[in-house]
Design a binder for this molecule. Structure first.
Ligand SMILES: CSC[C@H]1O[C@H](OP(=O)(O)O)[C@H](O)[C@@H]1O
Length: 351
């Protein structure tokens, strides 16, 4: 880790000339900090599919910046250049189905392409796309910093906060969503410990959240995903805060598998359950959680642990990467536009 804390880490970056996308390869963490330098849409798509970059806002940023880096390989003929951009959008849209941020980012870039002033050279169009991608990433970072200000007062002055998966700088343009709220609360002097669900099968909590919090000097204990209920029953959890990959019109939330379990346990134990997400995760076009596509990932993510098969040959596995938490189980949504009860958030989507 460079001298700066992980809070200000930017896991998805574009070279100043726009020709190379730099991705911190999250598959190597916490043992190694390996960076990928990508300049081809297929390589960017595969990095998203293989979770080299992951986290709803981060994959949106990777798609936007990756389009710019890839575009230097496209034709200098204006018509063919635009066609290549559209094909790149289609390829990136096929990477992962659940996080709406990916499609929000692609829509932003498609809009920039359409709004390009007529008569621009390919270099001019590419420059327009470059500026649009940088604006997108900066807006996402600003959203994380602003939602942290809104959310921090909700956390206890002293206590333990449970979180699930990784929602930090690694999952975003920087700072984080749910973990960003925890960061701001800690910086404001709250005496918090974090309980981080390891989050099987990819271990985003054990590998990534722990890595970020250790670098920030925020106390963290890793727990297996099946321990949360017992610790809540002992009164050892004062709040839970998670991220989101898509928030439907009625306030249902798609997030990492296991989030629904945490939400039900919180309701049973009367523990506040917060969802922190930028507005780019809100999806009015999806009516409810039942319509959110849930990614089913490679079953070997369940069979293998550290590259070693843990299960007998010949047995099957299921691997839904996300689940849906009904809006009624959410205490409040924390966004850059403010803190909202589920019903209020839905009404805002109608406005
Ligand atoms: C800041 S939201 C991150 C969100 O994305 C994660 O999923 P994945 O690691 O598979 O991309 C998880 O759902 C997090 O809550």
């Amino acid at each position: 880790m460079t001298s700066e804390s992980s809070a200000m880490l930017r896991p998805v970056k574009l070279s100043p000339d726009g020709r190379v996308l730099h991705l911190l390869d999250q598959r190597s963490l916490p043992e190694r900090e390996d960076w990928l330098d990508l300049d081809d849409v297929e390589a960017v798509a595969e990095a998203i599919e293989k979770l080299a970059v992951r986290g709803a806002p981060a994959i949106g940023c990777a798609a936007a910046l990756g389009l710019v880096a890839s575009s230097w390989r496209f034709s200098d003929d204006a018509g063919m250049f635009r066609e290549s951009c559209l094909m790149a959008f289609e390829r990136l849209a096929r990477t992962r189905p659940t996080a709406v941020n990916l499609f929000h980012a692609i829509g932003h870039m498609r809009g920039a392409l359409v709004e390009c002033p007529a008569g621009l050279t390919v270099a001019g169009v590419r420059g327009h796309l470059h500026a649009a991608a940088l604006r997108y990433v900066d807006d996402e970072l600003r959203a994380c910093l602003t939602m942290a200000d809104h959310g921090a007062p909700l956390l206890p002055d002293v206590g333990t906060v449970l979180t699930h998966c990784n929602t930090g700088a690694l999952a975003t343009a920087g700072w984080g969503t749910a973990l960003g709220v925890i960061r701001r609360a800690h910086a404001n002097g709250k005496k918090l410990r974090v309980l981080a669900d390891e989050t099987r099968p990819v271990l985003q909590g054990a590998r990534l959240t722990a890595w970020e919090l250790r670098h920030d000097g925020i106390p963290v204990d890793i727990i297996a995903d099946n321990m949360a209920g017992a610790l809540m029953a002992r009164g050892e959890v004062q709040a839970a805060i998670v991220g989101a990959d898509r928030i439907a019109r009625n306030g249902d939330v798609a997030n990492k598998i296991g989030t629904y379990t945490v939400a039900v346990l919180c309701r049973y134990h009367q523990i506040p359950f917060y969802v922190a997400a930028p507005w780019s995760t809100v999806d009015p076009a999806t009516a409810s959680g039942a319509e959110i596509p849930i990614e089913e990932r490679d079953h070997n993510e369940v069979h293998l642990h550290g590259g070693r098969r843990m299960t007998p040959a010949g047995v099957g596995a299921r691997n839904p990467a996300f689940d849906v938490t009904p809006a009624e189980l959410v205490t409040a949504f924390i966004t850059e536009r403010g803190v909202f009860r589920p019903a209020t958030l839905s009404a805002l989507m109608d406005s």
